[in-house]
Design a protein around this ligand. Structure first.
Ligand code: S3P
Length: 173
């Protein structure tokens, strides 16, 4: 793939490893790393569950898009990991379509195993059966993720190092 100076942006469902892979990838490429959820928490002085609880999802999405726009407007190439819902706003999808966007995927069963003991994700703490909830949310988002991805990586049974290698190779970085 053509070498560009664009940001490398990791997208994908909750539990696909975007933050872990992003931090490692940034190290490997000697680029700054930014996690949009972390930026949101700094900006709002609240945790993600607190923002959802105190201000609601609509507000969260607005600030998420603001943060994403601000970060992606920076001139220096960055490795950016995003929250799983970044693809919901059209304006974010337009930005993603112009960057080196990598979609990390995992099976529903694998996602379930990775998120089940973590209470930090308000969208997965509904009363419903967690596996059903993951399946539904993923189904409603799958096409949006794929519509902006330049590279799609199946993370099932893969070490972080293998995933990094695929990304670096995929973009000829
Ligand atoms: C969300 C994903 C979360 C976080 C928020 C909403 C989503 O980020 O932004 O809880 O809508 O999928 P992670 O994907 O890093 O868990």
């Amino acid at each position: 793939m053509e070498k560009t100076n664009k940001h490398i942006i990791l997208i994908g469902f909750m539990g696909t490893g975007k933050s872990t892979v992003g931090a490692r990838l940034a190290e490997v490429l000697s680029l700054p790393f930014i996690d949009t959820d972390q930026q949101l928490e700094l900006k709002e002085h609240l945790t993600i569950p607190e923002i959802f609880q105190e201000k609601g999802e609509e507000y969260f999405r607005l600030v998420e898009s603001e943060v994403f726009k601000e970060v992606t407007q920076r001139q220096q190439p960055l490795v950016i990991s995003t929250g799983g819902g970044i693809i919901l706003a059209r304006s974010n999808r337009e930005i993603l379509a112009g960057c080196n966007t990598v979609l990390l995927e995992a099976s529903v069963e694998e996602l379930y195993t990775r998120v089940k003991n973590n209470a930090d994700r308000p969208l997965l703490s509904a009363d419903k059966d967690l596996l059903v909830r993951i399946r539904e949310l993923l189904a409603s988002r799958e096409d949006l993720y794929k519509s902006v991805a330049k590279l799609i990586i199946d993370t099932n049974n893969k070490e972080i190092a293998d995933i990094i290698e695929e990304i670096v190779g995929g973009f000829s970085l």
